[in-house]
Write a protein that binds this ligand. Structure first.
Ligand SMILES: NC(=O)C1=CN([C@@H]2O[C@H](COP(=O)(O)OP(=O)(O)OC[C@H]3O[C@@H](n4cnc5c(N)ncnc54)[C@H](O)[C@@H]3O)[C@@H](O)[C@H]2O)[C@@H](O)CC1
Ligand SMILES: [K+]
Length: 483
């Protein structure tokens, strides 16, 4: 598990650690780690041209001491000191090692540009001249290394208001910051290298966490000797309608490939015919009324993809939600629930899987505001509605009250195509039916869906059905990593 923290959490941990160490120790640890990564990137340090962009705070201090270390190894190091003041001791150290103060034209000639403008001390959009320097660095030919956080990215949330540095590598000190894992910030970091400065024992419970392959290997259910199709988990799928038959096919496909022991599909005649012909493995009930009494026992339900929002759909949703098993609520069922929140008043767990527009309707909030602050809104929805929330988007996040938000590290932009959400609903539903909690089913589902998307796309467009087809390969890829 990769854990990340807000700026305040990091600052408190740093203070606790700093109190036990001689002055300046942490900055030297940070600078040593930063210089090592830079040296690696340069290949040959001697004679290379390095430009430091520094602001007024300790982020600039890290950059200056790293510059000193590179200068001692023969790099030609210049500093563009952009702050109202500059870390004094760091500047002296750099100048003593042969570094120079340069003007900003040097940025265009540099092999390596070190962004020490602002770190966790940033607030709001980058002010000038920082914003211009960030843009000039982006246009320059040299590689950009961000110190701690790319300047312009809010370390605690990943928000970016205005210009921000785009780094090849971000060297972060002590622990990951939330803003490095959540878009739009995450899109600015490049590769993230963590430098251990001894903060570990002082860190509180994380703000957010990201699963790794090793976590999936532990969390994913596997059939044992005792398993049969019922014990592996039976999933009910209430999805599809006369208009959207494909949603039913894709959700059932995601569920079957996601390891459900059996999938029971219930729907109207048109989707029933499609599901029967695509998935003879599923057990199908044609509904002549909106009732699930004839469907048989299931361990979880997926409710909503392509279901429609008419009275019939509303009644079926109410029936499914009146059951005593976990329910994943997606797509049209989210519209029904937005109209009538009392549908969610139940004792068994609920996992909702909205994108930003659907969450906007549920929270009666603005879609753009949700896109700009995904973590905050996912948390709010979890608290307000008393459910687990999987908010889909460029960084998919999973929020549940009193747990760190899980941010999904996998995926590809090619997944932004019709029907992939239906596959995800089926997959996460299958994991619920196999006994995972909403929190684990949602985060493992998002993870596998992202891996399957990458495998299916390989740099070219994909169709949603390809993602379902790629799921077994995705499961093999992540579970073979350590077994
Ligand atoms: N505190 C510590 O023990 C350590 C701190 N470290 C470094 O120190 C950094 C934090 O240092 P600081 O607390 O001095 O803060 P920063 O260096 O991140 O930034 C503070 C400065 O930025 C200015 N500023 C804030 N928002 C701005 C904006 N939008 N546009 C332009 N200027 C803005 C402030 O006026 C202030 O002068 C970390 O990110 C890390 O790089 C590391 O050396 C590890 C140890
Ligand atoms: K920075």
């Amino acid at each position: 598990m990769k854990t990340a923290y807000t700026a305040d959490q990091i600052r408190q941990a740093e203070q606790a650690l700093m109190a036990r160490l001689p002055d300046g120790t942490l900055m030297q640890r940070a600078a040593a780690g930063l210089a090592a990564v830079c040296a690696d990137l340069l290949g040959r340090v001697y004679g290379s041209r390095v430009v430091l962009l520094t602001g007024s705070g300790d982020n600039g201090g890290d950059a200056l001491y790293a510059g000193q270390r590179l200068a001692r190894r023969g790099a030609r190091v210049g500093v563009v000191a952009a702050g109202s003041k500059t870390h004094e001791a760091g500047l002296r150290a750099l100048l003593d090692a042969g570094g120079r103060v340069v003007d900003r034209s040097a940025i265009d000639e540099a092999d390596l540009i070190i962004d020490g403008l602002v770190g966790i001390g940033v607030s709001g959009a980058l002010r000038e001249p920082y914003a211009e320097l960030a843009q000039q660095a982006a246009a320059a030919r040299g590689q950009v290394v961000a110190v701690d956080v790319p300047s312009g990215v809010d370390a605690s949330t990943g928000r970016v208001e205005g210009a921000a540095v785009r780094a090849r590598v971000t060297v972060t000190m002590g622990a990951y910051k939330t803003g490095l894992l959540v878009d739009p910030g995450a899109a600015h970091t490049g590769r993230v290298e963590l430098v251990d400065i001894g903060l570990g024992p002082y860190l509180p419970d994380p703000d957010v966490a990201a699963l790794t392959d090793a976590d999936l290997d532990v969390l994913l259910p596997r059939p044992g000797n005792e398993s049969d199709k019922y014990r592996r988990g039976v999933l009910g799928v209430a999805a599809g309608g006369d208009l959207f038959t494909g949603a039913a096919v894709l959700a059932v496909g995601g569920a079957l490939r996601g390891g459900a022991g059996m999938v029971r599909y219930a729907g109207r005649p048109a989707p029933v015919a499609q599901v029967r012909s695509h998935w003879p493995e599923s057990v199908v009930t044609e509904l002549d009324e909106p009732s699930i009494t004839r469907v048989g026992r299931v361990q979880a339900w997926v409710l909503g993809p392509g279901l429609g929002t008419d009275d019939w759909a509303h009644e079926l949703a109410a029936e499914v939600l009146a059951s005593d098993v976990p329910v994943l609520v997606d797509a049209d069922a989210l519209t029904l629930v937005a109209r009538d929140r009392s549908l969610l008043w139940r004792n068994a767990p609920v996992l909702i899987t909205p994108h930003a527009g659907e969450l906007a309707r549920l929270l009666r909030a603005d879609r753009d505001a949700i896109e700009a602050a995904r973590l905050e809104h996912a948390r709010r929805a979890a608290a307000e509605l008393g459910v687990t929330v999987l908010l889909k988007g460029s960084t998919t996040v999973v929020a549940e009250d009193a747990r760190p938000v899980r941010v999904n590290p996998t995926g590809t932009s090619w997944l932004a195509t019709g029907g992939t959400g239906d596959v995800l609903a089926g997959l996460a539903g299958a994991l619920l039916a196999q006994g995972l909690s909403c929190y684990d089913a949602a985060s493992c589902g998002a993870y596998l869906h992202g891996v399957a998307g990458r495998l299916a796309a390989e740099g070219a467009p994909l169709a949603a059905g390809d993602v379902a087809t790629a799921l077994p390969r995705a499961i093999r890829a992540v579970t073979s990593a350590i077994s």
